[in-house]
Design a protein around this ligand. Sequence first.
Ligand code: 1HN
Length: 370
Amino acid sequence: MTMSSRAVSGTAELDHFYDAVKRIHGRALWQTAGTAKKPPTVPYLWKYRDFRPLLIKAAEIVPIELAERRVLVMANPGITTDWQASNTLLANLQIIKPGEVARSHRHTASALRLVIEGSGAYTAVDGEKSYMEPGDFVTTPNWTWHDHGNEGASAMIWLDGLDVPLVQGLEANLYEAYSAKKFPVTKPTDLSLRLYGAGSLRPTWVKHHAIHSPLLNYKFAQTYAALKAMAGQAEGSPYDGVSVEYTNPLTGGPALPTMACFASLLRPGRHTQAHRHTGGTIYHVTHGSGRSIIGGKVFHWDEKDTFVVPSWAWHEHHATSESVLFSYSDSAVLQPFGLYHEEALEENGGHQKVEGEFEPLPVPERRPAA
Ligand code: 1HN
């Protein structure tokens, strides 16, 4: 894919020419690296045991009114222009204490939650509340008003996935605060779950015109039961184990227009085959422990850890105990435009040669562009 970048320079006439092009804010294409830019996203793993104590500390010392959302960002050390998990996606951890409300706002970035611990907190989206439990996958579609509140007795923590860097790259990142702390609740709790959570039954009288899924909460109990039933009868994918996509029940498409979301059950002791595809993917370990080999390095993961597989990086998984991996990817954006490519590793029996173990990297100097 490299365009010829043979240096055409060295004479006074050429130097003069390049100067003239530069003065008009131009650049000769044959002098650039063309399409061969190295992607900055590096494979990385964030341990929950490192983040959890600092989330608890933040809950003690940072008032929610000041933070708007009490969130710690998982920052990819390969990306030095900002704090983000991959080139297109954020992976953050949010904590909310009993009695707190994270005020209502909306933005053109889409968001998802994967609940990690606690109970009694809700997310309200455009007037519908849904109470969240560990393992639940909760959608906050773009430009919907949303607030979170904890009505339970203990702090609640979840993973936030957002497409903010993608939307920023498109210069389409709009944000608006609601005039009050909470958007009015106008619908019964979990109405969307009742209407759309029954698999292939579609309510005939309800109109849903938006492009995102009408379902706000994909309950873990239902997902896990489906995975176990499938695992009893089927081998699943050679690359991802028994893996399901969370879909928009009306279209069969991705749950969120920009983020494809999956739950994968990995059986203990099995190795998946290595493959690579375009589309950076964030994985969160809902249950279990094991390791993944990403770009030739071994990443050991435990329950509640989060890791990123960059676009086009080889990866394969090995669970040591039965594991459920939640994942989300920008492949939803790539698929409709012919940008999704995938290939299996043919050599070495479909497994990468292991070149070492993942080690935490030094924290880089970051310089946000703006
Ligand atoms: C956001 O709206 C939430 O609503 C969490 O909980 C994290 C990170 C960046 C931009 C918006 C939320 C966010 C966010």
